[in-house]
Design a protein around this ligand. Sequence first.
Ligand SMILES: [Zn+2]
Length: 147
Amino acid sequence: MKRYESARENERFAVKRSSVGLGLFARQPIRRGKLVVEYTGELLPAEEAYRRGGRYLFEVNSRWIVDGVGRQNISRYINHSCRPNCEPRTRGMRILIYALRDIRAGEELTYNYGKEYFDELIRPVGCKCAHCARRRLTSGTRTRRRR
Ligand SMILES: [Zn+2]
């Protein structure tokens, strides 16, 4: 079962270098609204998860957290974007990632990591998502023009 699942994942996704390190890319087109992948891992009580720490903790609700650090969780390669093409939704104790729009083969998959994560871990170093990189580029051009 597990082996079958991961073989199918290899057909659907590729882990490749992106602007922020490794990222998850679609190998096949994905229709808007479709389930893309599940964020899998160990379901832990919030207290225990925060004691453990790490960058792959995903809050299911105020009491439960999925620690997605495990290698079988391919969705841990999905990077943050301020203008994402995917969105995680919780269903019971599961975290499912859906396509927000039609996604082309070869596109990097992204979702918004949320305000808390952004303020704590992304803002201090500057967001490197494609949307922010483009915005920096255009505002840089404008500054140069003004001079
Ligand atoms: Zn950004």
